[in-house]
Each structure stands twice: as structure tokens, then as C-alpha cells.
Design a protein around this ligand. Sequence first.
Ligand SMILES: [Zn+2]
Length: 281
Amino acid sequence: MIEFGPAGRCELMDEQGIDIMKVPAFLNKLGLKTFEYPLTHGINLHRDKAREIGEEFKKYGISLSVHAPYFINLATPEDEKAEKSFGYIISSIGIMRAMGADRLVFHPGSLTKQSRDVAFANTKNRMRELVDLLNSQGLLEGIYLCPETMGKHGQIGTVSEVVELCTLDEHIIPTLDFGHINAFTLGSIKTSADYENILNQFKNRLGERGNLIHAHFSRIRFGEKGEICHLNFDTEEDFGPDYVELIKALKKCGTDGRIICESHGHQTEDSKTMSDEYFKQ
Ligand SMILES: [Zn+2]
């Protein structure tokens, strides 16, 4: 089964004065089942407030994920920077636990001046160190780390790189950002078979765990270096990918997980559109 919901608060919530404490009731009315809380610009939330927010989501049975800060870079060759990244992840986990969220999405890293091979080797080594550190403190119990597939050529996070990162520990599942994958590959996702091919790479490599995904979905404008910006479903531009084809693939593969809509301001409406498509007879 798939749960659908938005990433962060949307334009509609702004217009209607729906603050974070009212978001769960709002989503519940629309039949949406999950929400991704953004800590993307920094961890500016107190644990007590996180606890209060979490209780409200729990009341309506809406699952929660957290998106860690953008500043994380596990591809860095510098120990000091890597340690800072570990710190962001550990602090995010603290907030997650207070909130009752069970998935932490993060961007693996950037190439900066390194070749892709070197940057990925660093990322994998750092990820191994991170997982050892978190496991030694019992911090991965009951949660998943979810490294994201990225949209720009200067970032780590192709499908095969994320598959590889997921092999490191049973508490790692992917964040498949299909808009990013499509932008990175300059428009390779067209049919449900293209989506199935991506989903199967995880199933083939990870076994049963490979059937469980976290995912982001939005249409994304791209150029020769990949992602440019997120669009809404009703934006009149010819950029994919197509959500109907995704839903066919999810059903055919029997995939479990969450699809978080990251449309540009219309993420709640577009989540609802996807949810209606998935649950229609
Ligand atoms: Zn992201």
C-alpha cells in the first residue's frame, strides 16, 4: 500500500491560515495519509514543539517523515565537514524521535571539485562511518535513513549510487525522487516500464526490503546539467515525468511506501490527484 501526502506546507494552507498544528486535520479531510516535515533550511524547531506537532499528526493517523538540512555533504574529503554533516543527521534524528517520525530523507552530497568516482567512494565510506556511529548509539532503531536520488549532475545520487548506499545497512531505504531521476537523465522516464525498471533495481539488489520505498514526486524543468526547478501538475510546460504511469508501475510491482508530492506550491492538491488515481476502482 502507498500513502500519499505533501512535503511541507503549501500555498493553499497559507491562503487559508492553516498553521502546522492544523495541517493534520486538513490532510485528513482530503484523505491524505502522510506528511514530510522540512528541516531543509536548518534545525530551527524545539523538541517540545516537535512533540506537540507529532501528537496532532498521531491523532489523525498521519505518518511523518523529516527532510534533513540541505547542508549535509557526505562526499566531502574533509573530516571536519563530514563531522558537521553527521551532526546535522544526529540532530535531525532527535527531532524525528520527538515528533514520532520514522524516516529521515537527506541529500547524499556534492561532487565539488572531485571526479564522480572519488566523490561517490567518499560518500560510501562516510555513510558506513555514519551508520556505525548511529548503530553504536542505538539511534537507528525503528527508523530508516533515506538517501535521495538527486537531479543535478554535480550531485551524488543516481539510482545505482542510491542502490549501493542502501546495501550498507538494513535501516537504509531509498528516497526515489522521480522528478530528479527524470531531470538527471534528461527525460528518460516516459512509460510505466521505465518506472518498473527503477523499482526493480532495488528489489533485485535488496530483496524484500527493496519493495519498501520513500519517494518524492513532482514534474521538474531541466536543462543540460539536469534539474532547474519544480513545477505543478497544471503548469503548461512540456516536462515530465507522468504520475499516471508511475501509479501503474507501483501497482504492478506491489510497492509499499510513501509518495511525497513536491510540486511548486500545489503539493497538497497534486498529492490528492495522485492518491485519487491510485485508489480509483
Ligand atoms: Zn530533497
